[in-house]
Design a protein. Structure first.
Length: 105
């Protein structure tokens, strides 16, 4: 997605890190770059608004469900491995959850 106009921060970078922005998981300097981009780029602003609405809906509908402590620890461990660039083992996080996108097919 792109509006076709050049931006200081490329649309692909904004969309690749949109959830980090939505979840307030990025440095303030990057947040500022994204906010400037949204002011300039209506397609990215629209995508941001849509994803923000979906997050609010999920929170409203599922926000009170408690996540088992062991599942949360396993997920966070995998995230840490991925961020560190280590291979992630192909094991289930919890019974009934797929291990990879291919397992969902």
């Amino acid at each position: 997605m792109s509006c076709g106009e050049p931006h200081e921060t490329d649309c692909s970078e904004v969309l690749d890190h949109l959830y980090e922005f939505l979840d307030h998981e990025m440095p303030d300097s990057d947040c500022t770059k994204f906010e400037v981009h949204f002011e300039e780029c209506s397609p990215c602003l629209e995508k941001y608004g849509l994803e923000q609405a979906v997050k609010k809906l999920v929170k409203r509908c599922c926000g009170s469900d408690d996540v088992p402590t062991d599942l949360r620890a396993k997920v966070m461990g995998r995230i840490d491995l991925i961020r560190a660039g280590h291979p992630v083992p192909e094991q289930e996080l919890a019974p009934g959850l797929p291990t990879s996108p291919a397992a969902q097919e």
